[in-house]
Design a protein around this ligand. Structure first.
Ligand SMILES: Nc1ncnc2c1ncn2[C@@H]1O[C@H](COP(=O)(O)OP(=O)(O)OP(=O)(O)O)[C@@H](O)[C@H]1O
Ligand SMILES: [Mg+2]
Length: 694
């Protein structure tokens, strides 16, 4: 997909009709919009997602007030006012035009003017130049640029670091998008169908089978049902947790806005961070402890066995049974040579004596088994002696891990106490607003914790049910039967069961393979931008953590690093999608091999070095890059890196109604452009001007 141009009418501060905003592509693939705070950068980013998907970014306020306030104010009561956005784009050789219109009947001052979506139209141009209306807009757009991935293509720089710590819903969206991209959806569908096939054979076995089979099948059906309903419940609970988390974080943000409590809110963030990291460390250490215990802890219980084995071996030695004294290879060699050590012949064909001697010597071979025992016994005695020191090691390792776990628990307890104290201070704030916001935050946070616990126990329950399912299935398969019909039903059941297992395994492997390849890309991209010797790890749930290469310890990524990490993630996702696309002939076969990236204020939290590194890489992040920057973000190093790759750029001139307006301008190339100027009437609005010879 390649964006060609955008036009807005009465959309937010863009009063009236904007000019056709042409968007760069090709060698100079960057489009830059310059604007001061409030000029409409975030509004422009959202114009794209609104037109294409009808959604807005998290930082976008008042989604139901899209029509320009000035346009509404200038209209009479009862008059209908409209706003629209129109986007031209190209995909796989076809031109498309999508337009979304919202209108409102202007209400009198005492009530609110309510907006409603009037229509969305999508048209495609035929080779003869004719425009045809396309139905199923959502599905067509969703196939060209997957809806589930849209937040990676259109993102708000102020929130971009959230990408590395996705919410449950975002994780689910990404996992879903990955499924589509990998083309594994048919496999998932196959599993669904096979499952219903298995149920059919299950029923048949229940009908034909013995009482025992019938009983097992009835139990299986019951467990399956429980599993299914709990699974659905868990999905709902995940959403509930996600929503609640959002509520809490919004309250946190509102509290953090008050400068007077900044030290407290900052300390709170630090403690929360510490708790989270300690919890993670406890989990990792517990896993390590489990593996040490399962690999080596049996040694701790072998003292008695050790002395028994030693006594047994020395008894064998005393009796003369060990060592056996004669080696089987030696006897074999004598027989092969046909001569005994005493010189007698051992060839049975030679004489009666020789035959007898051959028999006697051959009998020695029967002790061959004893020889193996002898070797083992030797090994065992050597091994047994090391058990003592290995026991010491094992104990030391276990104690060390336990000690670390204890330390982290202490840290969690300390930080939790601090959090409690901070909360009390905030609640006791003389500022009414802070104290009431904090009380609300506290109760919402308690609720969040309750939901998380609920989710955790449901997940445990689900695991138990899944184990039970496997157990009953193998029991059913083990039940023997003589009846032919029953046998056939059982065989079919067994086969379907195995195909399901194998398909699930294939799915898992494909996902894993993709995740590893994505991780590699993220690492490569991260090391190109970041100056730190850190390495990112992509977790199973697509969240990312940063590790210090030297110590292999997790580091708490700062805002800037998270931002760099997010850029690495996004560009890696785009690279991977492009790779998959060329392999499968386009996502869903739509032939899309071009990807845009629309970024609002991407330089905010970056320091100079990262800023210029990101700026230098930006044109390579995607096929088409559209970015919005404020004057302070457009520094020399950014300009130098981006200008050679920028084709079209625009200035958002904000017309301010304030009498004391301080004008602002920006010099781009040889010309100076207004960023803020006084409005000629009482209304604020923004004008878009193309930069010439930028
Ligand atoms: N319907 C509307 N008509 C006119 N102006 C609006 C409308 N809705 C919101 N606004 C104005 O939009 C402004 C916010 O615009 P936006 O968030 O796009 O700015 P921005 O350029 O992203 O600023 P920043 O640099 O602070 O992120 C607010 O000041 C608000 O008054
Ligand atoms: Mg903004």
């Amino acid at each position: 997909m390649r964006f060609i141009d955008l036009k807005l009418y009465n959309f937010r501060q863009f009063y009236g009709e904007t000019p056709k905003i042409r968007l760069s592509h090709g060698d100079k693939n960057i489009t830059v919009f310059h604007g001061m705070n409030g000029a409409g950068k975030t509004a422009l980013l959202n114009a794209f997602t609104w037109i294409l998907y009808g959604v807005f970014s998290k930082g976008f306020q008042k989604e139901n007030e899209l029509i320009s306030k000035r346009a509404i104010a200038e209209a009479d009561v009862g008059e209908t006012v409209e706003c629209y956005g129109e986007l031209n784009f190209e995909n796989a050789g076809t031109n498309y035009r999508i337009k979304k219109v919202v209108d409102a009947v202007v209400a009198d001052v005492s009530s609110r003017t309510k907006e409603r979506l009037k229509e969305t139209t999508l048209q495609a141009q035929k080779p003869d130049g004719q425009w045809n209306t396309v139905r199923n807009i959502d599905s067509v757009i969703g196939k060209i640029l997957p809806t589930d991935l849209h937040s990676y293509f259109f993102f708000d720089g102020e929130r971009v670091e959230k990408i590395v710590a996705p919410s449950a819903e975002e994780k689910a969206r990404l996992a879903n998008a990955v499924k589509i991209l990998l083309g594994v959806e048919p496999l998932e569908r196959a599993i669904k169908h096979l499952n219903s096939g298995r149920k059919h054979f299950e029923k048949e076995m229940g009908r034909l089978g013995s009482d025992e089979t019938k009983e097992a099948i009835a139990e299986k059906i019951k467990v399956d049902k429980k599993h299914e309903s709990l699974d659905a419940k868990i999905n709902a609970r995940v959403k509930k947790v996600d929503n609640q988390r959002d509520i809490v974080s919004k309250l946190n943000e509102r509290i953090a806005k008050h400068a007077s409590v900044e030290p407290l809110t900052k300390a709170r963030d630090d403690h929360k961070d510490r708790i989270e990291r300690s919890r993670k460390a406890v989990n990792e250490l517990t896993d390590r402890l489990k593996s040490v215990i399962s690999d080596r802890a049996f040694l701790l219980h072998t003292d008695e066995l050790k002395s028994k084995v030693s006594t047994f071996l020395s008894e064998l030695k005393i009796k003369g049974d060990l060592p056996s004294g004669i080696k089987a290879q030696f006897v074999e060699k004598l027989i092969r040579k046909g001569t005994c050590i005493c010189g007698r012949s051992l060839d049975p064909k030679e004489s009666v004596e020789a035959k007898e001697a051959h028999k006697t010597v051959s009998r020695w071979l029967e002790i061959k088994g004893l020889q193996q025992i002898e070797d083992r016994a030797l090994n065992l005695s050597a091994n047994i002696n090391t058990w003592g020191s290995r026991n010491k090691d094992t104990l030391e390792v276990i104690n060390d891990i336990n000690g670390q776990i204890k330390e982290f628990h202490n840290e969690i307890a300390r930080s939790s106490e601090e959090l409690e104290a901070i909360s009390k201070k905030l609640e006791g704030s003389p500022l009414e607003e802070i104290s009431s916001l904090e009380s609300k935050r506290k109760s919402e946070d308690d609720l969040l914790r309750e939901y998380i616990e609920e989710l955790g126990s449901s997940r445990n329950m689900l695991e138990l049910l899944a184990e039970k399912q496997v157990e009953i299935s193998s029991k059913i398969i083990k039940l023997t039967t003589k009846d032919e019909k029953q046998k056939l039903a059982k065989e079919r059941y067994e086969n379907v069961d195995q195909v399901i297992k194998a398909t699930k395994e294939v799915l898992k492997l494909m996902n894993e393979k993709w995740r590893h390849s994505l991780e590699e890309k993220i690492r490569g991209n991260f090391s190109q931008i970041s100056v730190k010797d850190y390495t990112p790890r992509l977790n199973k749930d697509y969240s990312i953590n940063l590790y210090d290469k030297a110590s292999d310890r997790e580091v708490a990524a700062g805002q800037g690093e998270s931002l760099v990490l997010s850029f690495s993630f996004i560009s890696s996702i785009i690279e991977e999608i492009r790779k998959l696309t060329s392999a499968h002939g386009g996502i869903y076969g739509t032939g899309n091999s071009e990807f845009p990236l629309i970024m609002d204020s991407p330089f905010g939290a970056l320091d100079d070095i990262n800023r210029s590194r990101v700026a230098a890489k930006i044109s390579m992040l995607a096929d088409q890059v559209i970015t919005f920057v404020s004057k302070t973000q457009w520094r020399e190093e950014v300009e130098n890196a981006m200008q050679p790759k920028t084709n079209y750029s625009y200035v958002l001139t904000y017309h301010s109604p304030r009498e004391d307006t301080i004008t602002q301008d920006i010099k781009l190339g040889t010309k100076t452009y207004d960023l803020i100027k006084p409005s000629i009437n009482d209304f604020e609005h923004t004008e878009i001007k193309e930069v010439i010879n930028g």
